[in-house]
Ligand binder design. Structure first.
Ligand code: NUP
Length: 215
């Protein structure tokens, strides 16, 4: 994904009409649009192709299965037009390798979740986040997902993965994180959902976040 605004829209609305309206309004401010279960379960995987006409799409399916099932999921998602997929790492190296292999075949990107941004994200992830980050680097993933709610953890994870991998960081706004703080801590992109799509003017909200980051 090309870095222009350091902003990724998390499009967690559940219907096509709203999704396309919001995506159109903010497309000039975002480098990518992240879709996940809420929108794809609401409208089907076909929405990926429609959104991909506006911006590269990251499919946030937090893939977490055996290697063969992971492979099938990645193939479906890339065939649908997604530019990247988000996977979990706790399922182990063989599962991650399977996603990275498919991504290489399709020339697409893989991001691995290291530690989640919500309060419960520390319960199980905290002790293994660094190990998952190292595994993501060793496996040749494109980057990792790390919490904007804890910029100090983004800093820790950056030290492990170095400069070759990207960090995409959710948790800005509705979850309490600051876009500028997490970019200063080493994130490449922030992922923002509710603060944009619930705003009366999604474009203004996106523009404000871009201005705050000055990326
Ligand atoms: O650790 C994570 N935290 C998180 O919020 C990993 C994620 N993938 N997300 C996703 O980022 C979450 O599912 C949602 O799509 C987005 C954040 O949305 P919001 O809190 O800005 O509305």
């Amino acid at each position: 994904m090309e870095k222009k605004n350091c902003l990724i829209l998390a499009l967690d609305v559940t219907d096509r009409e709203n999704a396309l309206r919001i995506a159109n309004e903010v497309s000039e401010y975002v480098d990518s649009i992240k879709v996940g279960y809420p929108l794809v379960l609401g409208e089907g995987l076909g929405i990926v192709k429609e959104l991909a006409e506006l911006a590269p799409v990251i499919a946030d399916f937090k893939v977490a299965d055996i290697p063969n099932t992971d492979r099938l999921i990645c193939e479906h998602v890339f065939n649908a037009g997604a530019d990247a997929i988000i996977t979990h790492g706790f399922t182990g190296r063989d599962s991650l390798d399977s996603c990275v292999k498919v991504a290489e075949e399709y020339d697409r990107d893989v991001y691995v979740v290291t530690e989640m941004s919500h309060p419960g994200g520390v319960e199980f992830f905290r002790p293994v986040a660094e190990t998952i980050a190292q595994m993501a680097a060793d496996a040749g993933a494109t980057g990792v997902v790390a919490p904007a709610t804890r910029p100090e953890r983004v800093r820790d994870i950056r030290k492990i993965i170095g400069d070759d991998l990207h960090i995409i960081s959710p948790g800005v706004g509705a979850q309490g994180g600051s876009a500028a703080d997490v970019i200063n801590a080493g994130a490449d992109w922030v992922i923002v959902g509710r603060s944009i799509y619930n705003s009366d003017s999604p474009a203004d909200a996106a523009m404000r976040i871009c201005n705050e980051m000055k990326c």
